[in-house]
Design a protein around this ligand. Structure first.
Ligand SMILES: [Zn+2]
Length: 312
């Protein structure tokens, strides 16, 4: 099914608000069960827009014997509600956790759709500070980019923080949460479902979509090396791009891009080239390998230059 048809299916509110009952049915988000009890929605490889209504990131949920954990809630309140409706089709169990993988809007602005479930909202120990610093800016940008589609999308800060590692129990099913040093952002949190060997890497792994750097290039490369050294996963959910892409090839493609970024930016700095000169030249050999390269790559070079300019 193509993107626009899929969007129109789940976003079309089969909604007769104001008519006889006032009831308002919401078209569930399309999700796929990738392992027993693990459901994923795959977002489009696009920037958020009115046309795609912000459906640009992967999100989903894991069902235990006693309750459900949501992992990322989407770009808008409307997407969060559609995800909530998708969960209701699968199970009537309560939602006990909403896990935010990191601060970026496309992963967190659906949180408010789960408020009535009174879950614990879980994030990295630095997530609350990131929301405090950027939340208002993110909300204004969302309203600017999506208009009315952004209605109801607010920042919901974490009520449980993860400083290093913790586990949560869904009833006969344990999720391991790991807080990483600065990588994609300074508040990246990953989720491992031990029962199915599913790694929910979120934006630590971009597949097909060019990686976007908003944390630390050196840190991200170290994190990817650590992931590479771990026992093989059975399923991998990236933040953007297809689920279960070949492993470790998908990881290695990202390491190649970020490694080249570091190497070429360092060379530009040594050669005393300006940031603008670096932006114009670094990493161009990767251009054909990634979607959305033109939208994000120059920002990555800028961020890498700012980080590496003062390294020892
Ligand atoms: Zn992100």
């Amino acid at each position: 099914m193509n993107g626009s048809r899929r969007l129109s299916r789940w976003l079309r509110l089969a909604c007769l608000c104001g008519l006889s009952t006032g009831a308002c049915a919401i078209e569930p988000l399309e999700v796929r069960q990738i392992a027993q009890g693990v459901y994923v929605h795959t977002g489009l490889l696009e920037e958020p827009s009115v046309a795609n209504r912000g459906d640009v990131s992967n999100l989903g949920f894991v069902v235990g014997a006693s309750c459900v954990a949501v992992i990322d809630s989407g770009e808008t309140f409307a997407i969060g509600r559609a995800l909530r409706a998708a969960i209701a089709r699968v199970t009537t169990l309560p939602i006990c956790y909403v896990i935010n993988s990191h601060m970026h809007p496309d992963h967190v602005f659906g949180n408010a759709a789960f408020a009535a479930d009174a879950p614990r909202f879980i994030g990295h120990a630095r997530l609350a500070a990131a929301f405090a610093a950027r939340g208002e800016h993110y909300r204004h940008a969302l309203e600017r980019d999506l208009g009315a589609e952004a209605d109801g999308s607010i920042v919901v800060p974490p009520t449980q923080e993860v400083a290093s590692e913790t586990s949560i129990d869904l009833g006969g099913r344990t999720l391991q949460l790991h807080a990483w040093p600065p990588s994609h952002t300074d508040n990246d949190l990953t989720v491992v479902d031990e029962q199915t060997g599913t790694w929910w890497l979120a934006d630590l792994l971009f597949v097909e979509h060019v990686p976007t750097l908003d944390g630390s290039l050196r840190g991200w490369l170290a994190t990817l090396a650590a992931l590479r050294a771990m026992p093989l996963p059975r399923h991998v959910v990236p933040g953007h791009g297809p689920v279960d892409a070949p492993w470790p090839q998908s990881l290695d493609a990202e390491r190649r891009y970020l490694g080249l970024l570091a190497t070429e930016v360092r060379a530009a700095i040594v050669a005393r080239r300006s940031m603008q000169q670096a932006v114009d030249t670094v990493g161009q050999s990767e251009r054909a390998s990634w979607r959305l390269f033109d939208q994000f790559h120059r920002r990555n070079v800028t961020a890498a230059y700012a980080e590496l300019e003062w390294e020892d």
